[in-house]
Design a protein around this ligand. Structure first.
Ligand code: ZN
Length: 465
């Protein structure tokens, strides 16, 4: 699909998220060759003769949302492990289903996930765990076709889980260290900087118990040599704290520091079980935390100390996690939960106001992915990753304060238009780079076969006649 070379968005309520955090009413943005050329009042933009003019009347125009913790592979198993204990969630459902992926399951899941992300306003994402069996090349190719901006992390692991218990992980989920590193290297050479610079290849460290200390250090060395990023789940479960204590470390950050894992090139997902005194070191080292409120509440993992982290200066962004733990990839819903769930935890309705949550879902996400000079705000010279959210809906009426209305009453399904790199990925709620009907029908077909093959039973708890 060819996209217009120049686009003028006019009459919008623009949240620039620029250094002054300016909001422009009756605003316009002029885009040329993928970049933002001008941001200002619509009146002053009449001089531009754009190939395409989009009237954003009654709409919010803002930077595309950035999801910093996504499992592309889990979209296909959405809703397959609801209302079960965490151990059963992993061992009875998620690992068994993911361990049974074959053929094109991985890419079908990735396209389902991306279709939902685009539909709900996400323009960039960090996938934390691409397994070889999901099809590394096919997934990279599908990101290029979908037109999104992404960092894909190849799984790196060399043991099967805590205490090297060989039975802990489903056999299909296990990889070996040499192959992990070799495949990451190959993927990096082939795809890093690909898709017109939209794609990065990162290291996806499996988990504390799934990676030996030598491998942690080797990955840190390789990632820094390549100047690429690393991500891993950390402090999602209490077992992580027990693991570091068993290994002679007082807490998670002291272990992470010793392994070399702290820094602006690391994104820790969840980060629930940090102690208050650890937050300063995270802030000092600019180590990123991806907060996943849906997942943390659904799996009863706990409440990350997000207000405390923000106060300490830790860079915190937001992640939707996956289909069985969320069960959506809708960042607007995730913003709403982020703004809601922490207030009673610290008994303060003033923490995490709508503006701060929007920063987390845009600029902080860009910082986590190391692309803050390119995207994350609407400023002249930045790449045109822009979404328009229609606010003329019964559920958003009256639209007195559009900023808080978006966060507290919003849903990604109000998103109308999505632009990445100046290219339209969705216009008037119609996906342009992915065939939505085909994505849905393939996903249903592959999901049915996968569940059958894995021998997993999924049904309501009520009697079905
Ligand atoms: Zn996750």
């Amino acid at each position: 699909m060819t996209s217009p070379r120049s686009i003028l968005i006019k009459n919008g309520y623009i949240l620039t998220v620029n250094p002054k955090r300016e909001i422009i009413t009756e605003g316009a943005i002029y885009i040329e060759d993928g970049k933002i050329v001008d941001v200002g009042k619509t009146d002053a933009h009449s001089k531009y003769n754009a190939d395409l003019v989009i009237d954003a009347k009654n709409g919010i125009v803002m930077p595309g949302l950035i999801d910093t913790h996504v499992h592309l592979s889990q979209a296909l198993i959405r809703g397959c492990a609801d209302d079960v204990s965490l151990v059963n969630w992993l061992k009875g459902y998620v690992w068994v289903l993911q361990g049974n992926f074959q053929g094109t399951d991985g890419v079908v899941s990735a396209e389902l996930c991306m279709a939902e992300m685009i539909r709900t306003g996400t323009t960039s994402f960090l996938d934390c765990m691409i397994h070889t069996r999901y099809g590394l090349d096919a997934i990279s190719q599908s990101v290029e076709t979908a037109g999104m901006r992404a960092a894909l992390s190849k799984i790196v692991m060399d043991s099967t889980g805590y205490a090297d218990n060989p039975d802990i992980m489903y056999p299909g989920m296990v990889e070996n260290a040499d192959d992990c590193l070799k495949e990451t290297d190959e993927m990096y050479k082939k795809w890093h900087g690909g898709a017109d610079g939209r794609l990065q290849i990162w290291y996806g460290l499996r988990s504390l118990g799934g990676v030996s200390h030598n491998l942690f250090k080797e990955v840190v060395r390789l990632a820094r040599e390549k100047k690429t990023g690393m991500t891993m789940h950390l402090g999602e479960v209490v077992d992580d704290v027990e693991y570091v204590k068993d290994n002679g470390y007082p807490n998670l950050t002291s272990f992470a520091k010793d392994m070399g894992l702290l820094g602006s090139d690391m994104v820790f997902a969840h980060g629930i079980h940090f102690e208050d005194k650890e937050l300063e070191l995270l802030a000092e080292t600019k180590t990123n935390i991806s907060h996943c409120p849906s997942s943390n509440t659904k799996l009863a993992s706990g409440f990350a100390k997000i207000p405390q982290m923000m106060k300490a200066g830790v860079p915190v962004s937001i992640g939707c996690d996956g289909g069985p733990s969320n069960n959506t990839y809708d960042m607007v819903q995730e913003m709403r939960l982020t703004a809601l769930i922490h207030k009673p935890m610290v008994n303060d309705p003033l923490v995490l106001p709508a503006e701060q949550v929007i920063e987390m879902a845009t600029l902080n996400g860009a910082v986590a992915m190391g692309i803050q000079d390119e995207v994350g705000s609407l400023e002249v010279g930045k790449k045109a990753d822009i979404i328009i959210i229609g606010m003329d809906d019964i559920g958003l009426t009256p639209n007195t304060n559009p900023v808080s209305n978006l966060v507290y009453s919003g849903s990604g399904h109000y998103v109308d238009t999505v632009i990445v790199d100046g290219r339209l990925l969705m216009e008037k709620k119609k996906l342009l780079t992915l065939d939505e009907a085909k994505v849905r029908s393939l996903a249903r077909e592959h999901s049915t076969k996968l569940i059958e093959r894995a021998g997993v039973k999924i049904e309501p708890k009520w009697p079905v006649r």
